[in-house]
Design a protein around this ligand. Structure first.
Ligand code: LMR
Length: 331
């Protein structure tokens, strides 16, 4: 009996249940009703179907297992097997190149972004995770971030002196400083309360995140700046992944391929629906900046590229400019 328990314990520690079912814990910080939430649930379903029940994926949404920084540590230790952190959260892991995705106004649309994430540049970035014991499987979209606050954000001067919650990215810190605001790094699960209590004045996120966390209830103003991108890399514990039987790994890769297609398909609609939800709730004034107002913001934020180029690597930045055709000198 004792030996049976010991074996079961050992198998569990390896992510295997006593009847040899492989269990994947997939932790993330957003609500189920978001692009990442939906794609992770879909992956779980397809993983079960394609492996004929040999793999069970348990999805833990809404930071119920871990907050932002903790989940990276948990993945490296093998306490969870799979995550999909935003690309802004890889700097603290020691792979600061991912912060290039935080460069403001770097991408005009998702087609430009996909040239990077679905091409050689994206693949080379994922490869940089391997020495950290982490394997990158895919990129999932969310969308473009907009700024919100409790006072109107029309002109660049409106950002001055305000505290903005940001993700743990040095590029985002510099972005807020360029606006003369005060950046405040904070876990996603803490943002609602920080906005409610006035610990911070505002934040930035795609609307699906704002709405599903009810941030619009504690933000009087939302300006559709769409000034930067927020998306994800789906990552696994490398040791766990490499140790899977090859046929199972192939089936999981297929499930991931399908989940990626779903994530990228629903992202725009989720954000559009969320914006409708914010408008219907009637608690937030939604403002679309004029062409001139958005250009003024762009002129202040694009210099962040030159300032932070060394952090992500000038060559990487140049290779992205080449893919997308963006020229910071032509504004
Ligand atoms: C945030 O912390 O604002 C986002 O990274 C949350 C997420 O995972 O979309």
């Amino acid at each position: 009996m004792k030996i049976k328990c010991l074996v079961a314990g050992l198998l569990l520690a390896l992510g295997l249940s006593a009847n040899a079912q492989i269990v994947i814990k997939f932790s993330h910080v957003v609500a189920t009703d978001t692009p990442k939430g939906q794609a992770s649930e879909f992956f779980a379903k397809r993983a079960g179907e394609l492996t004929k029940g040999k793999v069970k994926v348990d999805v833990y949404a809404n930071s119920q297992l871990y907050k932002d920084k903790e989940e990276m540590e948990a993945l490296q230790m093998g306490a969870v097997q799979m995550l999909a952190p935003s690309l802004a959260k890889f700097g603290p892991l020691g792979v600061k190149e991912f912060e290039v995705f935080d460069f403001p106004f770097l991408f005009d649309n998702t087609a430009e972004l996909h040239k990077v994430t679905q091409g050689p540049v994206g693949a080379s970035l994922l490869a940089k995770l391997e020495p950290k014991g982490v394997k990158g499987l895919a990129y999932w979209d969310n969308g473009f971030k907009s700024f919100s606050a409790n006072s109107p954000l029309k002109n660049v001067a409106d950002y001055k002196g305000k505290k903005f919650r940001i993700q743990s990215s040095k590029v985002l810190e510099e972005q807020i400083r360029a606006l003369a605001g005060i950046p405040q790094v904070m876990a996603f699960s803490e943002v609602y309360q920080a906005l409610q209590t006035g610990v911070v004045d505002g934040t930035e996120n795609p609307i699906s995140n704002l709405y599903s966390q009810k941030m619009h209830e504690v933000q009087k103003h939302l300006t559709l700046t769409e000034h930067g991108y927020l998306g994800y890399a789906v990552i696994v514990n490398k040791k766990f992944w490499d140790g899977l039987p090859p046929d199972i790994r192939g089936q999981l890769e297929q499930a991931m391929k399908e989940a990626t297609a779903l994530a990228n398909k629903v992202a725009q609609k989720d954000n559009d629906d969320a914006l409708e939800g914010v408008k219907k709730a009637g608690k937030t004034t939604v403002y679309t900046p004029t062409k001139d107002e958005r250009m003024a913001l762009k002129k202040v934020l694009v210099p962040v590229h030159a300032k932070m180029a060394d952090r992500v690597g000038k060559d990487l930045l140049e290779s992205i400019y080449k893919e997308t055709g963006f020229d910071p000198k032509k504004l």
